[in-house]
Ligand binder design. Structure first.
Ligand SMILES: *Cc1c(COP(=O)(O)O)cnc(C)c1O
Length: 391
C-alpha cells in the first residue's frame, strides 16, 4: 500500500481538488509548477539555508529521562517548540513564501483561526518584504487580540470576515474570494495539510523536514533510524504529517494521531473529526469532516485553538480509513494534566496542542524496550493564560 499522494491528488479515496471553475487557473498553475520548483537545487538550497539560520533547525531530538522513567519506556521529544515563532508552522510558511517568490507573486493572502498561522505568514512576509493580507473571523479577532497585534506589528493587514459565524470557515471563504479576484499577482498561503491538491502534498513535503531529521538523530542516539511509535496531535494534520512522512511506508513504525476530544467525543463539544465526522468536501478537498445531516459544517470545540478545526487533511482521512494510523483522542482535562506533568518532570511548558499528543502516553501499551517519539509541535507561552486559569 502506498500512502503518498497519487498524480490526481488523491490519498486512497480522499483528497483531489473540488474547486469552483473560477479558481481553476490559480490551482492549476500551482499544480503544474510546484514539484519542479521545490525539487530544484536552487530552491532546496534557499529553503535549507532559511531553516537553519532563520528558523533554527535542526531542532533537537531530546531524550526525556524523567518522563521515560515515569512510563518505564524510552521517550524522545522532537522539539518543534524551539523553532523561531514557537511552533512547526514556520517550516511550511518559509517553504511557501519561497515558492511564491519563484512563481513571481508579490501579494500574499492567508486565513487564520486562532491567529497562529496568520502570525507565521506575517513573519515570512516581513522577512521577504511582501504585502500580506490575513483574513480572520470577526469573533476570532476579538478573542485573539495578542496574535492580531503581532500580525499588525509584522506589517500585515488583518481583514475581518463578518459573514456567517464570523470564524475560520468564513475567513476561508473571504480568502478564496480574494484569490479569485486577484489571480495574477496573489499567492494563497494555506497553513496545514488541507485544501485542494497540491496543497496537502506540498505542505507535507515542507513539514517532512521533521522526520528527515528524526531519522539521523535517532540513528545517532539509538543506533536505529526508526522508532516503535510516533505520536503527534492532529488539527488539520501538518505537524503529524511531517513527523510521519518518512515512515509512512515502514509498517513497523506505529503512527499515532491524537485529536482533541474537547469535553468528550459524545458531548457535542469536540474536534475529534475521525470519530464524529463523515465524508464530505471541505476547503476543496474530499475528506472527513464534522457536519450535520444537511451537510452544514458543525462548529468544532477544543480548549486548544490549533486543534479547533472541523476537518482533517486527506492524508489523515486515508491513514484512518486504511488502518495505517492509530487515531486516539484526548480531552481538555487530559491535555491540561499532561502539560503540567511535562512541565514538572522536564521543565518544558508545551503548547496545549502538543499536550494532547503527550496525553496519549496514558492510553497506549508501552514496553521498557520501546522507543517512542512525541512530536512537541509548539511551546506553551501562548497558552499561559489558560494554564493559569485552570490551575
Ligand atoms: C496549529 C498548531 C497545531 C495544529 O495544526 P496541525 O496542522 O494539525 O499541525 C498543533 N500544534 C501547534 C503548536 C500549532 O500551533
Amino acid at each position: 500500500m502506498n500512502y503518498n499522494v497519487d498524480k490526481d491528488g488523491f490519498y486512497g479515496e480522499f483528497g483531489g481538488a473540488f474547486i469552483p471553475e473560477m479558481l481553476y487557473h490559480n490551482v492549476n498553475e500551482l499544480k503544474e509548477k510546484y514539484l519542479g520548483i521545490i525539487e530544484s537545487d536552487e530552491f532546496q538550497k534557499e529553503f535549507k539555508h532559511l531553516l537553519k539560520d532563520y528558523v533554527g533547525r535542526p531542532t533537537p531530538l531530546y531524550f526525556a529521562k524523567r518522563l521515560s522513567e515515569k512510563y518505564n519506556t524510552n521517550i524522545y521529544l522532537k522539539r518543534e517548540d524551539l523553532n523561531h515563532t514557537g511552533a512547526h508552522k514556520v517550516n511550511n510558511t518559509v517553504g511557501q513564501i519561497l515558492l511564491a517568490q519563484h512563481l513571481g507573486k508579490s501579494r500574499i493572502i492567508a486565513e487564520t483561526g486562532a491567529g497562529q498561522h496568520g502570525v507565521a505568514t506575517a513573519t515570512v512576509c516581513a522577512l521577504m518584504g511582501l504585502e500580506c493580507i490575513v483574513y480572520m473571523g470577526e469573533v476570532d479577532i476579538k478573542s485573539q487580540a495578542p496574535n492580531v497585534a503581532r500580525m499588525k506589528m509584522l506589517g500585515a493587514e488583518v481583514r475581518a470576515a463578518t459573514s456567517g459565524s464570523k470564524t475560520l470557515k468564513d475567513a476561508t471563504n473571504e480568502a478564496i474570494r480574494d484569490w479569485i479576484n486577484n489571480p495574477e499577482d496573489t499567492y494563497y498561503l494555506i497553513g496545514s495539510v488541507v485544501g485542494p491538491h497540491p496543497y496537502p502534498d506540498m505542505v507535507a513535503r515542507f513539514q517532512s523536514i521533521i522526520s528527515e531529521e528524526m531519522k539521523y538523530q535517532l540513528k545517532e542516539k539509538t543506533g536505529k533510524d526508526s522508532p516503535d511509535k510516533i505520536i503527534a496531535c492532529v488539527g488539520g494534520g501538518s505537524n503529524a504529517a511531517g513527523a510521519f512522512y518518512h515512515y509512512l511506508d515502514n509498517e513497523q513504525v506505529e503512527l499515532i494521531a491524537v485529536e482533541a476530544d474537547g469535553l468528550g467525543v459524545d458531548s457535542g463539544k469536540t474536534a475529534a473529526t475521525t470519530q464524529v465526522g463523515t465524508e464530505g468536501i471541505i476547503h476543496g478537498s474530499k475528506t472527513l469532516l464534522m457536519q450535520n445531516e444537511e451537510g452544514q459544517i458543525t462548529e468544532p470545540y477544543s480548549i486548544s485553538a490549533g486543534l479547533d478545526y472541523p476537518g482533517v487533511g486527506p492524508l489523515h482521512a486515508h491513514l484512518f480509513k486504511s488502518g495505517r494510523g492509530t487515531f486516539l483522542g484526548a480531552t481538555d482535562q487530559e491535555a491540561l494534566s499532561a502539560a503540567y506533568q511535562l512541565t514538572k518532570l522536564e521543565g518544558i511548558i508545551p503548547a496545549l496542542e502538543s499536550a494532547h499528543a503527550l496525553a496519549a502516553l496514558d492510553k497506549i501499551n508501552l514496553k521498557p524496550t520501546d522507543c517512542i517519539v512525541v512530536n512537541l509541535s509548539g511551546r506553551g507561552d501562548k497558552d499561559l493564560e489558560t494554564y493559569i486559569k485552570m490551575l
